[in-house]
Ligand binder design. Structure first.
Ligand code: AMP
Length: 554
């Protein structure tokens, strides 16, 4: 085997990458470095450069905390703890502290040889695999001897990788670019292989050998999840797709990618953490299926045909109770809505309608359930499905284009979500604009306000929810109520009250209330209400605060 490259070289390159603001220069520097490495080293270097000591989805975490590193730096450098704290205050980065502190190393070892990146990786692996009693002191000892042998810049990166705080500005996309450039491979090819490999190290390895076409989707290497784009109303969804689409319940649980290889099953969370141990009954059901596969779905607390509160899952994820107790208190179902791989066949870029057929056949009789789905073709059908979903205790709908591929890591409009409405706000129209496209010529965009302490305060702008005929008569009313006409925009006497639904409230400097409704849509024109009866800014603030509590709970 060839000698692995020295860590000092990687540290030097990363220092240079950090020193420049220019993305091109960062890419250039990293690619020049990668180009001269062996495939094994390129894999390690690419991974380490992104602050990872193990492949994505690996169970091998080095598990060294800040306090251990902190103590070791004090011990090795002979710098008093107080001085280390001061360094930390100055740099705000434990890696930098390591570099500074180790300039005055008190202890050294007799090893004169430099550390190679392969050796560094091996040490990290050993640290990760040491488990159980005495493991924290053996990890500490391993790190100590590593730091003793490190030069100050090397120590800086050892610590940075362990804490995952690289601060080099090397986002995944730039590392991808550097790999493409290093081995003269088209960027698109690298990007595609990266999606399939799910790990930057494997990507660099394949690229270095010129074998990217051999990179395949493989169980136990988690993939980026496809995400849904929010839409405001059934009408907006119907207008966007203009064809029959799939409507599935929006289950409120945890997103889970289920991988099976041979007799083994692993479950990855949305953050690509391995959560298999929290849901053994799901793994067991999956293990009963003969084929290998990668599935996508949602684990939902569920009993007697009904969803239970999401909060019950928290305890299972943190494994507060033993399994029997957990399964009693929070029984779960895994609702599967997609399949990316079946046997050796990559299905992700087939149309959803085909994937669904394969999925149904694959999980039949296993205990894993397919997500419930109907086909809808109009705003009205979507609204009805939404109401059914809410009545049964689900969060809303996810609507999917039957012709779409599974776009890993993308939030696009092939999947669209319609969610529970938080609450509604009664607000008054204070300004309005002509619409665009098919709404040109009618006044269809309304800025609305709530009551603040010293007058009306704007809080959002809505352009959806009304029918064409409502917009027509609204146009006439607004023309009559116009205070000042600025051409495309006009200020309007506050008289027309709207009931507005929304997804959430955000702080915002766009509106003089200091808040903005997110995805506002008009539920109704409230001609039964006068401007004196609209909602107050206080109500807005109180909803804003309550959703913060909800978020914190999650
Ligand atoms: P959100 O978390 O509001 O961005 O909504 C997207 C999430 O809804 C996804 O990440 C899934 O966890 C969840 N979800 C629930 N049911 C479905 C479904 N049928 N299809 C896709 N995603 C779903």
């Amino acid at each position: 085997m060839n000698e692995s490259a020295p860590l000092s070289g990687l540290a030097k390159v990363l220092d240079e990458v950090r020193a420049t603001q220019s993305k091109n220069a960062k890419v250039e520097r990293l690619s020049a470095y990668l180009r001269n490495l062996s495939a094994d080293d390129a894999a390690l270097a690419a991974r380490l450069a992104t602050g990872r000591s193990s492949p994505r989805g690996s169970r091998d975490e080095t598990q060294v905390g800040y306090s251990t590193i902190w103590q070791l730096l004090t011990e090795i450098s002979g710098t008093p703890a107080k001085a280390i704290s001061e360094l930390y205050l100055r740099y705000g980065d434990l890696g930098e502290v390591a570099q500074e502190a180790l300039k005055s190393k008190r202890e050294t070892t007799l090893f004169g040889e430099s550390i190679t990146i392969a050796e560094l990786q091996k040490t990290f692996d050993t640290m990760a695999r040491s488990k159980g009693k005495g493991s924290s002191s053996s990890r500490r000892a391993l790190l100590k001897s590593l730091l003793l042998r490190s030069s100050p810049p090397e120590a800086k990166y050892v610590v940075k990788i362990l804490t995952g705080e690289m601060r080099t500005g090397l986002v995944q996309g730039l590392v991808e670019e550097a790999i493409a450039k290093a081995y003269a491979i088209p960027k698109e090819e690298v990007a595609r292989a990266h999606l399939l490999a799910g790990d930057i190290g494997l990507l660099a390895y394949g690229a270095r050998l010129g074998e990217l076409s051999k990179v395949t989707m493989t169980p136990f290497r988690p993939l980026n999840f496809m995400l849904a784009e929010p839409m405001a109303s059934p009408t907006e969804v119907a207008d966007y797709f203009k064809k029959p689409i799939f409507a599935e319940y929006k289950y409120d649980g945890v997103r889970a990618q289920l991988h099976k290889l041979g007799g083994k099953v692993r479950i990855f969370s949305r953050r690509l953490e391995d959560v298999s141990e929290s849901f053994p009954e799901v793994s067991r059901a999956a293990a009963s299926i003969e084929n290998d596969f990668i599935l996508d779905g949602e684990i939902v607390p569920f009993r007697d045909g009904k969803p239970l509160p999401f909060q019950l899952l928290q305890r299972r994820l943190r494994r507060i109770e033993n399994f029997e107790e957990a399964a009693r208190n929070a029984p779960v179902e895994y609702f599967v809505f997609d399949i990316l791989l079946l046997g050796a066949e990559e299905l992700f870029d087939r149309p959803l309608r085909q994937r669904s057929i394969a999925l149904a056949a694959a999980i039949r009789g296993s205990g894993l359930l397919p997500a419930e789905r109907i086909t809808v073709a109009s705003g009205e059908e979507i609204a009805r499905a939404f109401a059914t979903s809410r009545a049964l205790g689900y969060e809303g709908l996810v609507l999917k284009d039957p012709e779409s591929a599974y776009a890993m890591g993308k939030r696009g409009k092939s999947w669209v979500k319609l969610k529970e409405e938080l609450d509604t706000i009664d607000a008054v129209i204070v300004a309005a604009e002509y619409g665009h496209g098919k709404r040109a010529g009618v006044i269809s965009d309304y800025t609305f306000a709530v009551r603040g302490r010293d007058g009306l305060k704007t809080i959002g702008k809505a352009y959806s929810g009304l029918t064409d005929s409502e917009i027509g008569s609204m146009t006439e009313r607004i023309k009559k109520l116009t205070i000042k006409d600025y051409g495309y925009r006009r200020s309007v006497k506050p008289e027309i009250v709207l009931e507005v639904a929304f997804d959430s409230i955000q702080e915002s400097d766009r509106h003089d209330s200091g808040y903005a409704l997110r995805f506002p849509r008009i539920k109704r024109i409230r001609d039964d209400k006068t401007v004196r009866e609209i909602d107050t800014l206080e109500k807005v603030v109180s909803i804003f605060n309550s959703q913060k509590v909800k978020l914190a709970e999650r």
